[in-house]
Design a protein around this ligand. Structure first.
Ligand code: SF4
Length: 314
C-alpha cells in the first residue's frame, strides 16, 4: 500500500473542489413536484444510488445535499467548473490522435472546438461571459485552460499511454441494494492486467493531511471496479493540473471494504434525513462557493418547503 504526492503539495483549494465536481442529479432520487395524480403534496424519495460527488456533498453539508438532490435548486455555472469540464474534454479527445501526435500544441489546438461544443451542449455556460463584450475575460479564461492543458505534459506522457477507457460510466449494485455510479476519467490496463484509475483535477493538490478526503472519490471508483470486474485496481492516480502534482495510492481489499462500510453508513444517514426532513447545515469555508446561501438558515435564508416524508403523504 502506498500513498505519495509527487511534487510540492499545495494548500487545499475550494476552487479545486468545485472545479471537478459538476452537479449531476442522482436519477434515483427523483422528487416529483406533485404526487402522481398531479394534485397532492410532494414526497421526498430516498436515493437508490450514490455518486462520489453527491456522497461528498452529504459529508460536506447535509443541507447542500438536500438542495441539490431533493430540491434540485438550480446553480449558476462557474468559471472554474466550466474550465474543468473544458480541460477534461480536451484531454479525453487528445487520445483520438495517433500516439506520436499527442503533443501539447495539438492538445491546445483542441480548446476552441471543445469550447464551441460545450456551449452547444450546455447553453447555460454562455452566460459566464455575457458581461464581457470585448472578450478580455474570455481570452484570459481560455489562456488559463491552455496552461492547465500544457502542465499535464509535465506530469504524464500521452504518447506512451493507450487508455483502455476514457470518461467511463460505471455503476455497480452492492449486496445491500445501494447502486454506486460515477464517471472515471481514464482507465489504464497494463499488459499484465493491472488496472490504474486516473482522475484529472484542474485545481491544486491538497495538503497531505487532506489527502484522505481527496482519495475518497478514487476509492469509491476502485470499489465499483472491484465489484464489477472482481479486480482490485493496482493504482489510483489523481493528476492535479492546477499545481502540477500527482497523488497516487495503491489500494488493498481492506481499503475497499472500509469505503463500502462508509458508503452504507452514509446511505443510511441520507435515508434517515430524507424521512425526517432533518437536513442540518454544516457551515465551513466552502460555504463561500455554495450557490444556496439565500436558502440557507446559516446565512439568514429559508429553505423551500420540504416534501412530505416518505409514507406521510397517505
Ligand atoms: S451555505 Fe454552507 S451551510 Fe448553507 S447549505 Fe451551503 S454549504 Fe451548507
Amino acid at each position: 500500500m502506498e500513498t505519495s504526492t509527487e511534487g510540492a503539495a499545495q494548500a487545499p483549494s475550494s476552487d479545486a473542489a468545485q472545479a471537478d465536481a459538476p452537479v449531476t442529479v442522482e436519477p434515483a432520487a427523483a422528487v416529483p413536484p406533485v404526487d402522481a395524480a398531479g394534485t397532492g403534496p410532494r414526497a421526498a424519495i430516498a436515493p437508490a444510488s450514490l455518486s462520489p460527488s453527491r456522497a461528498s456533498d452529504f459529508m460536506q453539508c447535509p443541507l447542500l445535499y438536500r438542495f441539490r438532490v431533493i430540491d434540485r435548486l438550480p446553480e449558476k455555472p462557474s468559471e472554474a467548473a466550466t474550465r474543468g469540464t473544458l480541460v477534461h474534454a480536451v484531454l479525453e479527445r487528445l487520445f483520438d490522435a495517433p500516439a506520436a501526435e499527442r503533443t501539447a500544441p495539438r492538445a491546445k489546438s483542441l480548446i476552441p472546438g471543445q469550447w464551441d461544443r460545450l456551449r452547444e451542449t450546455r447553453p447555460e455556460v454562455v452566460e459566464l461571459f455575457e458581461d464581457d463584450p470585448e472578450g478580455e475575460r474570455l481570452a484570459r479564461w481560455l489562456g488559463e485552460a491552455e496552461q492547465l492543458v500544457e502542465r499535464w505534459f509535465s506530469l504524464e506522457d500521452p504518447t506512451r499511454l493507450e487508455p483502455a477507457e476514457r470518461e467511463l460510466f460505471v455503476q455497480a449494485e452492492l449486496d445491500s441494494g445501494l447502486m454506486l455510479r460515477g464517471i472515471i476519467d481514464r482507465v489504464d490496463v497494463a499488459p499484465t492486467g493491472e488496472v490504474r484509475i486516473v482522475d484529472y483535477k484542474t485545481g491544486k493538490a491538497p495538503r497531505p493531511e487532506y489527502a484522505e478526503g481527496a482519495l475518497f472519490q478514487m476509492k469509491f471508483y476502485a470499489l465499483v471496479v472491484w465489484r464489477l470486474k472482481n479486480v482490485v485496481p493496482r493504482r489510483l492516480q489523481l493528476v492535479y493540473l492546477g499545481s502540477g502534482d500527482v497523488l497516487t495510492y495503491d489500494p488493498v481489499v481492506a481499503d475497499l471494504e472500509r469505503v463500502e462500510r462508509k458508503l452504507l453508513a452514509l446511505w443510511e444517514a441520507i435515508r434517515q434525513a430524507t424521512e425526517s426532513g432533518d437536513w442540518r447545515p454544516r457551515p465551513t469555508k466552502l460555504c463561500g462557493w455554495c450557490d444556496h446561501q439565500a436558502h440557507c438558515p446559516e446565512f439568514g435564508g429559508t429553505p423551500p418547503p420540504y416534501p412530505l416524508p416518505v409514507g406521510a403523504g397517505g
